[in-house]
Structures are given as structure tokens and as C-alpha cells.
Design a protein around this ligand. Structure first.
Ligand code: HEC
Length: 150
């Protein structure tokens, strides 16, 4: 192979590798640029407990779906529903960014919708679609916000 062509290939390769590297850097930078949610230590703890409950709810849903237990799917989904918000004081809610609150509310409502679907005998495929939409909310919020106790 002529040296010139070889150099072109090497250049192209380093360009592709460079581009990938940049993409990785920018996604890492992106995570550092997450919007800080500023809550007291106690309030942060409360939010983290809510997150653990979300995760337990997802686990319960997946296990119940696997065993085709609709009542259990419905109950697990209900655990992540709007009812979870009853313990959140208004004084905390007003300090959260509106977009964060909306995403949070939408996630709780999606859990309630899945709970209703399971109770109404929807197909497994439909319930998995709803679970996928819930998980997309988890991912979207985590990509955008971080917790900074103060
Ligand atoms: C409206 C925003 C929002 C949504 C929606 C959301 N989370 Fe979170 N979650 C957060 C924030 C903020 C943190 C704290 C991240 C950090 O460490 O800074 C967090 C942390 C967590 C943690 C770690 C908790 C700990 O003990 O440290 C888990 C687990 C978690 N989320 C699960 C979930 C699951 C599962 C879902 C979806 C069903 C979900 N979250 C949806 C905002 C959200």
C-alpha cells in the first residue's frame, strides 16, 4: 500500500478515535453539569429513601410480571404512585425546580397508570411498555439533577 494512502487511513482512524474520545468526555462533563438540588441533610435523606422505594417497586413489578401475577404487579406499582408524595411538605416542594417537580409527578402518575393497567388485565407487553416509560423518566431525571445536601 502506498505510504500516502496508509497515512490517510491512519488519519481517519485517529479522527474516529478522537471523535469517540470527545463524545466520552462530553458525556462525563455533562454529568458534572447536572443541576444541583439543594436540600437539608434530613430532606436529602427523605428523597433518597423515596428513590429506594422506587427501585423496590420496580423490582417487585419485574418479579411479579415474570410470574404473571397481576395483583402483585398492581400492588408493587401502587407503591411508587402519587400516594408517595403525601409525606412531602410544601416547604420542600417550593424549593425544587418546577421541571424536577413535574418529572417527579409524571413518574408517580405513570406508576399509578401501570397499577391500573395490571388490575384491568392489560397484556404483559403493554405493561412492559409502561415500565419502560417509567424507567426512561428515572434515567432522564438522574442525567439532569444531582443532590447537594447543605
Ligand atoms: C424527578 C427526578 C427523579 C426521578 C424521576 C427519579 N429519580 Fe432517582 N434520584 C434523583 C436524584 C436527584 C438522586 C440523587 C442523585 C445524587 O446522588 O446526586 C436520585 C438517586 C436515586 C437513587 C440512589 C438513592 C440513594 O440511596 O443514594 C436510586 C436507587 C434512585 N434514584 C432510583 C430511582 C428510580 C428506580 C427511579 C424511577 C422509577 C428514579 N430514581 C426516578 C432524582 C430522580
Amino acid at each position: 500500500m502506498p505510504t500516502g494512502r496508509c497515512a490517510v487511513i491512519m488519519l481517519a482512524t485517529s479522527f474516529v478515535l478522537g471523535a469517540c474520545g470527545n463524545q466520552l468526555n462530553s458525556s462525563l462533563r455533562g454529568s458534572e453539569e447536572r443541576v444541583a438540588i439543594r436540600l437539608s441533610v434530613k430532606e436529602s435523606e427523605h428523597l433518597r429513601q423515596g428513590m429506594q422505594r422506587y427501585l423496590a417497586s420496580v423490582q417487585g413489578i419485574v418479579e411479579a410480571l415474570h410470574h404473571n401475577k397481576r395483583v402483585a404487579v398492581s400492588e408493587s406499582a401502587k407503591n411508587g404512585g402519587v400516594g408517595m408524595l403525601s409525606g412531602v411538605p410544601a416547604s420542600v416542594a417550593v424549593r425544587l425546580p418546577p421541571e424536577f417537580l413535574m418529572l417527579s409527578m409524571d413518574t408517580h402518575q405513570k406508576f399509578d397508570a401501570l397499577s391500573r393497567s395490571a388490575a384491568a388485565g392489560e397484556s404483559k407487553s403493554q405493561m412492559l411498555k409502561q415500565l419502560g416509560d417509567i424507567l426512561a423518566n428515572c434515567t432522564a431525571c438522574h442525567a439532569k439533577y444531582k443532590l447537594t445536601p447543605n
